[in-house]
Design a protein around this ligand. Structure first.
Ligand code: NAP
Length: 247
């Protein structure tokens, strides 16, 4: 997959799946702008790893739930690289609890980052993509957005919302050379899943036909395909990357 002359913005690019996506796109020759919440050391380390692959890369601290911060980050990316061809809405958080105990603030925080953040990023890159008559937007949903999961009402709602956002945006933008797709990862080895309890991990593993967790690079390769020129006629789709978990 080649992305020469292309510029990609990847939210949540400092760690986990986002980091793997940055490296995959950088290896293909893309300029990479990675947004992160607060982990500057990890973000700079990912940017340096992209540069080692021969790419230009910039890390920008940006809370995707903050409209002004998103606007400023996209402006900075455009002023440095001149265009934004690829947007990967990957930033995500969990604040798990059962419904009866879930605080309103935990519901809002998860929806604000995972769903409103994706909307804001699309909102602030789409003008540039329209002018280019070219764009690839890939939103990171989750198997939980497809199936629901006990203890994750906030997260499931946000990730199901990402699928609706993907389809609506795909319909609006299809005639402007812009595709909008989603991936729905299953159970992937990152900091997010490392925080799960052992019983929760065992329960998740027992539901995966492939019998193992996924790797971040397995998600990144699928994202890179959807972000590439060859995926021009694919839009509004949700690709599960989950070892068969959502079948
Ligand atoms: P992770 O290891 O916890 O990394 C989360 C990333 O998101 C970090 O780069 C973090 O930045 C960034 N982030 C968090 N809140 C942010 C905000 N408000 N603004 C900007 N960036 C923010 O997570 P992951 O497992 O790689 O997950 C990546 C995506 O895949 C998420 O959307 C997640 O929901 C989804 N997903 C993951 C799995 C899985 O099994 N791991 C399964 C399905 C879907 P800092 O480093 O600065 O904190």
């Amino acid at each position: 997959m080649r992305f020469d002359q292309r510029t990609a913005v990847v939210t949540g690019g400092s760690r986990g799946i986002g980091r793997a996506i940055c490296l995959e796109l950088a290896a293909g020759g893309a300029n990479v702008v990675l947004l992160y919440a607060g982990n500057e050391a990890a973000a700079e380390q990912t940017a340096a790893a992209c540069r080692e692959l021969g790419a230009r890369a910039t890390a920008i601290r940006c809370d995707v739930a903050d409209a002004q911060a998103v606007k400023a980050a996209m402006k900075a990316a455009l002023s440095e690289y001149g265009r934004i061809d690829i947007l990967v809405n990957n930033a995500g958080v969990t604040r798990d609890n059962f419904l009866l105990m879930m605080r309103e603030s935990d519901f809002d925080a998860v929806v604000d980052t995972n769903l409103k953040g994706a909307f804001l990023c699309i909102r602030h890159v789409v003008h540039a993509m329209m002018k280019q008559n070219y764009g690839r937007i890939v939103n990171v949903s989750s198997v939980t957005g497809l199936r629901g999961n006990a203890g994750q009402a906030n997260y499931a709602a946000s990730k199901a919302g990402v699928i609706g956002l993907t389809k609506a945006a795909a319909r609006e933008l299809a005639q402007r050379g812009i595709t909008v797709n989603a991936v729905a990862p299953g159970f992937i080895a990152t900091d997010m899943t490392a925080a799960m309890t052992e019983p929760a991990k065992e329960a998740a593993l027992s539901q995966i036909p492939a019998g193992r967790m996924g790797h971040a690079h397995e998600v990144a390769r699928a994202v890179a395909f959807l972000a590439g020129e060859d995926a021009a006629y694919i839009t509004g789709q949700v690709l599960a990357i989950d070892g068969g978990m959502s079948m």
